[in-house]
Design a protein around this ligand. Structure first.
Ligand code: MN
Length: 732
């Protein structure tokens, strides 16, 4: 038999084996039609991908089969998703069309496959924020699209070894930016953890391997300890008379890594490397009371650390997670986290969203996912939102943990962590927000921007004549409140503007100049963005209408060439203008104040430096020097998060520049001579100064406040020319 045929036979066996494995993994109920559809999808996919191979060399069809298996087994999705998963790459990569899919499987599966095809078009070159929006748009259409996408991403990550390292980094960046937080929010705990672990393996391979090795080395000790911990509990657990399991699970590698990094503790000193999980098999009706019984047994045997009790049984987490957590002092004085939950809660904790649907109807509590999806819809539909705002809102409002606060009647409101009293008012009703006059939290009067905590009781007093103003925007964090306040301000401007418009019309009529022909000339002349702004300024008497009659008119139009900067004495417009003058950076050719930008502390850019902007995931936009030691890393790995930045003006102020000065220690006068030179001769302010001497040499670090690059260069030249100074360099 020719070799090619042997290989083909082997591959056919491989494919069929994978398919049978997929069928075995399906746990949900299926009827004849489901079975037929899965078979048909499989056959279409096998045929369509028959000529394709993956980077690893294996037949391409192995990928959709495995993605379908992950959907079924690891995420717990049903037949519809399995069919769509099998077909997910066909429309993009092969000659199969959406039309065919609709004809064979109906419109639902076609829509899901279409959503997946659209997500595939995500390009690394376009801004990541746009990709984010795309993913979310498909999410609100049918959550299964995103769940299947997660399975797709997971399989690609598991097999990432066969693609080049730089592409690996890009995929890792995108995964931690979009998919890991989304998996968390959808309650897919295992998927999120694996995403983070694989990303860590890609970005920090050495540290990753190090932790894996250490976990392996300490495995026996850990198991021994867990047994010792469990031993005194078992008797009493048996007495409750319910079946239970106890698991000891190590924490994820990425969470151990974060501890080592953020808390600067070595691996050996991390006390909570593992958690003990007690899972009881009880009917829904009893699960809460049984969980608390188990809690009581655990804390009878071991002393609990009180502030570590977390009750997500009474109020589940926003992503549906339910569990009772406590930390106790175990044998040998070690802290041990104990998680207590029912089988149902465990399944929700592991599989999140999909399991949640399975039990929907079993639990009476409100459909939190539905509320969440509504929130996403609301954010997506806001036409005023630019991409950056959008991502910030999303990260703040929809990924964060949540808090619960109550009205005086005991109605619970769910708000993102960090939400304020004013957010709460808008959360009750838009009108309550608009007319919010005073707020009491737990019977004490608080400022509107007061940050709420779990369990706060909030009482809002309203007044008819109260209305939002611009300062309110600083006192809210929810996108709902923000957009309501913004539209209220807009409305106010529009309303007042009517008077302004009428006044202007009268004026122009009076001096016999056509209104329509000239109003936009005036808008431009005063530097407004649009007519309503001009009308508003007129209504507020910020523009002196009597001046207008002196303007030159040619052929019925104002002949105004120079643009006048509009600087009213007070009120709304002012803030904007002042802010603009402080904005000294153009980001993507736009004034930087549209972004929440700041200067990176790693390289302290100074006016005149070559700079670029970097969109961070949680700290707005950072301006870096092109020569920043981190620049290369950022540009090569996160190219899509880099924005162009330029200096807007040539006068700035208060930049910090660090210089290293070395020289020969010519006695006790060095510091004095240097500081004298800087402050008296150069007229610069010194922010900090440190100097170290060693055998006749010294090295000093000096932080200067400068206005621009020129001043630094002047300072460097001047200092270099001083006696005894060998080198002066700016720190990169
Ligand atoms: Mn795929």
């Amino acid at each position: 038999m020719p070799q090619v045929l042997i290989v083909q036979d082997e591959e056919r066996t491989l494919i069929q084996r994978a398919y049978r494995k997929l069928l075995r993994s399906i746990k949900t109920d299926m009827d004849e039609i489901d079975r037929k559809n899965i078979r048909m999808a499989y056959e279409i996919a096998v045929e369509a991908h028959s000529k394709q191979r993956r980077k690893s060399g294996e037949p391409y069809i192995m990928h959709p089969i495995e993605v379908a298996r992950i959907c079924a087994e690891e995420i717990g999705l049903g037949p519809t998703a399995i069919v769509a998963a099998l077909l997910h790459d066909t429309v993009e990569d092969t000659s199969v069309t959406l039309e065919e899919i609709r004809n064979r499987f109906g419109p639902k599966i076609m829509t899901i496959v279409d959503g997946l095809t659209k997500l595939k078009e995500i390009e690394p070159t376009i801004a990541q924020v746009e990709n984010f929006r795309k993913v979310l748009s498909t999410l609100v259409e049918d959550v299964r699209v995103v769940l299947i996408k997660m399975a797709d991403r997971l399989h690609n990550l598991r097999t990432i070894g066969s693609i080049p390292p730089e592409s690996q980094l890009k995929i890792a960046a995108e995964t931690s930016y979009i998919y890991a937080p989304l998996a968390h929010r959808l309650g897919l705990y295992n998927v999120k953890t694996e995403f983070q672990d694989i990303c860590l393996k890609i970005t920090e391979p050495d540290l990753y391997e190090d932790i894996v090795r250490k976990l392996q080395d300490t495995k026996d000790d850990r198991n021994q300890y867990i047994l010792e911990f469990i031993e005194p509990l078992t008797g009493q657990l048996e007495d409750i008379g319910v079946s239970y399991r106890i698991l000891g699970r190590p924490k994820s590698i990425s969470s151990i890594f974060n501890k080592i990094k953020n808390k600067a503790v070595p691996f050996e000193e991390i006390y909570d490397l593992f958690a003990v999980r007690i899972i009881v098999d009880v009917p829904v009706l009893n699960e809460k009371s049984i969980c608390w019984q188990v809690y009581s047994i655990v804390t009878d045997v071991y002393t609990p650390v009180p502030e570590r009790l977390k009750d997500w049984v009474s109020t589940p987490k926003a992503n549906g997670y339910e569990s009772l957590h406590t930390t106790v002092i175990g044998p040998g004085g070690r802290y041990v986290e104990v998680q207590i939950r029912s089988d149902r809660m465990d399944e929700i904790a592991e599989k999140g969203f999909a399991a949640h649907w399975k039990y929907k109807g079993v639990m009476s509590h409100k459909d939190r996912f539905g509320v969440w999806l509504d929130n996403i819809r609301e954010i997506l539909e806001d036409p005023d939102k630019d991409a950056m705002d959008f991502v910030n809102d999303f990260k703040n409002n929809l990924f964060n943990e949540e808090i619960f606060a109550y009205t005086p009647n005991g109605d619970m409101k769910i708000l993102p962590k960090g939400a304020t009293a004013l957010d709460f008012a808008f959360g009750i009703h838009t009108d309550v927000g608009y007319h919010c006059k005073a707020i009491k939290v737990n019977n004490k009067l608080v400022p509107m921007g007061f940050k709420l905590e779990n369990g706060d009781q909030v009482h809002v007093t309203t007044a008819k004549n109260q209305k939002p103003n611009e300062s309110w925007l600083k006192m809210v964090v929810t996108s709902r409140a923000k957009s309501k306040i913004k539209s209220a301000i807009k409305e106010e401007i529009r309303k007042k503007g009517i008077f302004g418009q009428e006044a202007l019309q009268r004026k122009l009529q009076h001096i016999k100049v056509d209104f329509e022909e000239n109003v936009d000339i005036l808008v431009k002349h005063f530097g407004f963005k649009n007519r309503p702004e001009l009308y508003y300024a007129v209504a507020q008497d910020h523009i002196n209408l009597s001046e207008i009659k002196h303007y030159p008119v040619e052929n019925g139009k104002f002949a105004l060439e120079k643009q006048r900067v509009y600087t009213p004495a007070s009120e709304p417009g002012t803030k904007k203008i002042q802010k603009k003058s402080k904005t000294i950076v153009l980001i993507n050719e736009e004034p930087g104040d549209q972004y929440d930008y700041s200067f990176a502390s790693c390289c302290h850019p100074v006016l005149g430096d070559h700079i670029f902007a970097f969109v961070t995931t949680n700290a707005g936009v950072k301006i870096h020097r092109a020569s920043c030691p981190n620049a290369e890393h950022l540009i090569s790995n996160y190219g899509y998060r880099i924005l162009k930045a330029d200096w807007l003006s040539d006068h700035g102020s208060d930049f910090v520049a660090d210089l290293i000065i070395t020289g020969i220690d010519t006695g006790p006068g060095v510091i004095e001579r240097l500081t004298n030179k800087i402050s008296s001769s150069l007229g610069l302010n010194i922010r900090s100064f440190s100097i170290e001497g060693n055998e006749g040499y010294f090295e000093g670090k000096i932080s200067l406040i400068v206005a621009n690059l020129n001043q630094i260069n002047q300072a460097i030249t001047a200092l270099k020319s001083m006696e005894g100074i060998s080198s002066v360099t700016r720190i990169d």
